[in-house]
Write a protein that binds this ligand. Structure first.
Ligand SMILES: *Cc1c(COP(=O)(O)O)cnc(C)c1O
Length: 427
């Protein structure tokens, strides 16, 4: 057998795509048929009535979610993006406020601040968990800081105890973006329930899904009410509802989930523990198989945490191997292994932030906080991870077995045996 890396003309470890992750089965199909048979595909009404809170499947999903994650209130929405927007609105964030957020996340985590005229302030990440920490948040506090959006990125819960302490000290609202971490635990408590509000995603690409959807959870009844109003045309409802609370940010949207999505999501939630357990087994298997390879650092799970393993992140050191990350990556890809260098570009490098153009062309809302910087170099750890060190693989999901993981491991080992030859390949 030819042991040469496929990049150098050898035979690839795998020549067909890996199995796709598929969670939808007979249970979801049955649940959808029942909704179709009922004829009621959404029961929401954007006026004050019992149907202001949605139909039976929507309410059952919310009750299931509360029970599963041990939280008092769950408000379903049509995406986690909508959920983040609603959460920032519910927190009372307004024009000129500052919202501290990670730059290493999906764009909506930061855009949520802009929707209410607030300015995202990017804080750096921890080099092991890739999440914000109390220290990096503290370094970005100002008199205008109103809220913090903490992302459990890649499935690892952020270290929330010190973050919530800091928030309490400074009167900040903390929103947990748990889109990537359902089923992970932090000292026994469910990820998503660790802050004032938590947001889950049910987008097709996530651990469980219903096509598009999301939930916002909270233990605070006043926040729950504001979330429900923002979800469903609040301005048209407050009067007849007899709402006595704050009117700020209650111009409502239509963020409503349909009965079909809710029916699917209920079935998906039942599968979540098993799907996450399989990811955790796969991560343990990869961690064993990839030990000791030159230039690779395996993912760390912080004490007291479990990881949801949305993806499997690795750190790579070209200084150790002498092989550029791009070449190492090209070699893995040539072996048939799906892997990427870095995740999303640090958000502040997007044109929106570089040019400070969001609404209109007079730099609103950035003009309200001109001192907030988006210069390259702003978050050095994030930039180092993204541009130099991080390798990011989706090959961790529950539809992969040992045979496939053995191929992933074999590809890494093969490349490790041939680092000398790869050193001469231009990146
Ligand atoms: C996917 C994702 C979102 C957005 O979820 P949608 O349901 O697609 O709107 C937000 N934050 C993070 C971290 C995500 O991964």
């Amino acid at each position: 057998m030819n042991d040469l890396p496929a990049l150098l003309g050898g035979t690839p470890v795998r020549s067909t795509p890996f199995p796709v992750y598929r969670t939808i089965g007979a249970e979801e199909k049955q649940a959808v048929m029942e909704v179709l048979d009922s004829g009621v595909l959404s029961q929401f009404l954007g006026a004050w009535s019992p149907d202001f809170f949605g139909g039976p499947r929507v309410r059952e999903l919310e009750a299931d979610w509360c029970q599963h994650f041990s939280v008092a209130h769950a408000v379903s929405v049509n995406s986690a993006t909508s959920g983040l927007y609603a959460a920032v609105g519910a927190a009372g964030v307004g024009p000129g406020d500052e919202v501290i957020v990670s730059p290493y996340t999906m764009s909506a985590s930061a855009a949520a601040a802009l929707v209410y005229g607030a300015v995202p302030v990017f804080a750096d990440i921890d080099p092991e968990t890739y999440c914000l920490t109390a220290e990096t948040i503290r370094a970005k506090l100002s008199a205008r800081t109103k809220a913090v959006i903490v992302v459990d990125i890649f499935g690892h819960p952020a270290d929330f105890a010190p973050i919530m302490e800091l928030a309490h000290e400074h009167g900040l609202t903390v929103i947990e973006d748990c889109a990537q971490a359902p089923g992970a635990l932090y000292h026994g408590k469910a990820a998503g329930t660790l802050a004032h509000m938590g947001v889950y995603s049910l987008n097709y690409h996530k651990t469980i899904h219903c096509g598009e959807g999301g939930l916002v959870v909270t233990d605070d009844p006043a926040l729950a009410k504001r979330l429900q109003l923002i979800r469903n045309h609040g301005e048209a409802v407050v009067k007849n509802m007899g709402y006595q609370g704050e009117l700020t940010n209650l111009v409502g949207f239509n963020y409503r989930m349909t009965e079909i999505e809710a029916a699917i999501a209920r079935e998906q939630l039942k599968k979540l523990p098993q799907l996450v357990a399989r990811r955790q087994e796969n991560a343990a298997y990869l961690n064993r198989g990839l030990q000791g390879l030159r230039g690779l650092s395996l993912p760390q799970v912080a004490p007291g945490c479990t990881h949801g393993w949305y993806v499997y992140p690795l750190k790579y050191s070209a200084a150790v191997t002498g092989v550029a990350r791009a070449t190492y990556l090209a070699a893995l890809r040539a072996e048939g292994v799906e892997i990427a260098a870095g995740y999303v570009e640090p958000l502040y490098l997007q044109p929106l932030y570089q040019q400070k153009i969001a609404y209109g062309n007079e730099h609103f809302p950035f003009s309200l906080r001109p001192e907030v910087s988006y210069a390259r170099g702003l978050c050095p750890v994030t930039e180092r991870m993204h541009f130099d060190e991080l390798l990011y693989s989706p090959l961790i999901h529950a539809d992969l077995g040992q045979a496939e993981l053995d191929q992933v491991i074999a590809a890494f080992h093969k490349i490790d045996r041939h680092l000398d030859a790869l050193r001469s390949v231009a990146a």
